[in-house]
Write a protein that binds this ligand. Structure first.
Ligand code: C2E
Ligand code: MG
Ligand code: MG
Length: 497
């Protein structure tokens, strides 16, 4: 990637891919989580409902047993007569879920609807104390639950057909189990527990929520979420590509305060001293070297952001004032017509000038000829204000722009800066040298001093000096550098020449 693209590509292709993938993943995962949590809560609700139904069913069996037991009250204390047996069998016949019923008097023998008279039987502690004490029995392959109901004068044992309990469990799941409370306490089986509040039994089923099943159930929604996530990811990739506009790039660097100044001295051979320094803008680059302005100044000028860049630059220049103050120097600021036209930017320039003056620094406004400008009433008023504030004016890149001669009459400059390309035409012969000579001739006839930029060799220096130029800027003296280095250069001048 060349440095141009490097500078302009804030969001790198891999970062775009990464952002797109991340967006897709985050969206997909969030969507699936929401769907699953919704499915889990619906599943839990459904399970509660099933347990409630099963529990209600088993409760109804207990209630049947309880009602049957209570209806035996008039038989209490009676012997196991034909009449008693008939009564017991009648109760069993009218209660469809009851297999048999036994009744024991406190101090006599018992009576069973199945077997008739029962021998005297000791009543266990649990049977007499725990209401609805339940035990499971198995006879000839049939399961039944004996529910003992104790009253002060007798004890009944009602056998509930195990088939109906199993039938109730079918509401829940194939692995659901019924436990009389005392068995549950003893065995502590693992799982999802549903304890009945009225009768002493507990229903237990597997407690693991089957995620696989839930995913399978919600697969249509999950596919939809996947499609939407992919679409948003793709849009993210496209939009992050579109964001890489010059405006965005410059905003990004502005936000990161990446623009900073370097300074290049301007030498006056007439006074044999450094007359001033030109403020040149750089942008922090990843390589550590400043990005040259050719990469961003044209963009900033086109997008109208040059004023923002300049104002960030001037703020940083203020921090460097101490390096240059009280040395009889001027600070040359490159300005464009945008800055003159924008009231805020213009006021900042005036404030900068005021601050510079307090540090005994003059300000030279280098107005470039790259952008065409016409001297409107407002522009001439602004120029007058600048002059009032003590700012001197130079036409930058003189000879390269739109209307050299008219710009001289319009701006009435204090200096003409000859562009480094023109300086290079010295001794070139032919049309080029003739062009340079004509620019120098304009300077001579208008008596506006010239600052020759881009002096790289002693031969160029001498050529210009021979033609009456006495202000120079170029690598022959010093390349642009930070304030500390330029300050040292100024201290050592003229010994370094
Ligand atoms: P410019 O105002 O004409 O600045 C002089 C340019 O010539 C600078 O380039 C400087 O580094 C370069 N230069 C100086 N001596 C030599 C030399 O001996 N040889 C060669 N080859 N080059 C030399 P730079 O810093 O790259 O700036 C380029 C242009 O960007 C500037 O031309 C100016 O028009 C613009 N610029 C720089 N800073 C700012 C700024 O803060 N605001 C605005 N509006 N424009 C700026
Ligand atoms: Mg300049
Ligand atoms: Mg120039």
């Amino acid at each position: 990637m060349n440095s141009d693209n490097e500078f302009l590509t804030i969001i790198r292709p891999y970062a775009r891919v990464f952002t797109a993938i991340l967006t897709t993943l985050v969206l997909f995962c969030a969507g699936v989580m929401i769907v699953l949590s919704y499915a889990i809560s619906a599943d839990t609700e459904e399970r509660e409902l099933k347990n409630q139904r099963a529990s209600d069913y088993v409760s109804s069996l207990y209630r049947e047993a309880e009602t049957a037991s209570r209806s035996l009250d008039p038989l209490a204390g009676q012997l196991c007569t034909e009449k008693t047996l008939r009564r017991l069998r009648h109760i069993v016949a009218v209660n469809p879920h009851i297999r048999s019923i036994n009744v024991y008097s406190r101090n006599s023998t018992g009576c069973s609807s199945l077997e008739g008279s029962l021998p005297l039987r000791p009543i266990s502690y649990s049977e007499s104390r725990v209401p609805f004490y339940t035990t499971m029995k198995q006879e000839d392959g049939y399961i039944f639950y004996m529910v003992y109901f104790s009253s002060p004068s007798y004890l009944t044992g009602v056998a509930i057909n195990g088939f109906f309990v199993r039938d109730a469990l079918r509401y829940i799941s194939p692995d659901a189990a019924f436990y009389p409370l005392q068995d549950f306490m003893e065995l502590s089986p693992q799982g999802y527990v549903w304890e009945n509040t009225h009768y002493p039994f507990v229903l237990v089923s597997s407690d693991s929520i089957n995620i696989q099943k839930l995913i399978l159930k919600s697969r249509a929604v999950i596919f939809f979420i996947l499609a939407v996530s992919l679409l948003v990811g793709w849009l993210t990739y496209i939009s992050t590509g579109l964001i890489n506009t010059p405006r965005f790039v410059l905003r990004y660097y502005l936000h990161k305060k990446s623009f900073y100044p370097v300074y290049q001295p301007v030498i006056s051979t007439r006074d044999n001293k450094v007359a001033g320094v030109e403020i040149l803008m750089r942008c922090v680059s990843k390589t550590g070297h400043g990005t040259p302005p050719a990469l961003f100044i044209p963009l900033a000028e086109q997008s109208g952001m040059i004023k923002d860049l300049t104002s960030q630059l001037l703020k940083k220049v203020r921090d460097d004032f101490t390096y240059f103050s009280d040395r009889g120097l001027y600070l040359a600021v490159n300005i464009t017509s945008d800055i003159m036209e924008c009231p805020h930017a213009f006021n900042e320039l005036l404030k900068f000038t005021e601050h510079a003056r307090k540090n005994n620094l003059e300000v030279l406004a280098e107005i470039t000829e790259r952008q065409s400008f016409s001297l409107t009433v407002q522009l001439s008023e602004k120029l007058a204000l600048l002059r009032e504030a003590g700012v001197r004016i130079a036409i930058d890149d003189f000879g390269t722009g739109y209307s050299n001669l008219s710009s001289i009459t319009q701006l009435d400059p204090d200096y003409l800066k000859i562009d480094k390309d023109f300086t290079g035409y010295s001794m070139a012969g032919g049309v080029r040298e003739a062009l340079l000579e004509s620019v120098l001739h304009i300077s001579a006839t208008t008596a506006i001093p010239v600052i020759a930029e881009g002096i790289e060799t002693p031969a160029q220096l001498n050529y210009m000096r021979d033609r009456g130029v006495w202000m120079f800027q170029g690598y022959l003296f010093s390349p642009p550098s930070d304030a500390r280095r330029i300050s040292e250069y100024i201290c050592q001048f003229p010994h370094t020449v």
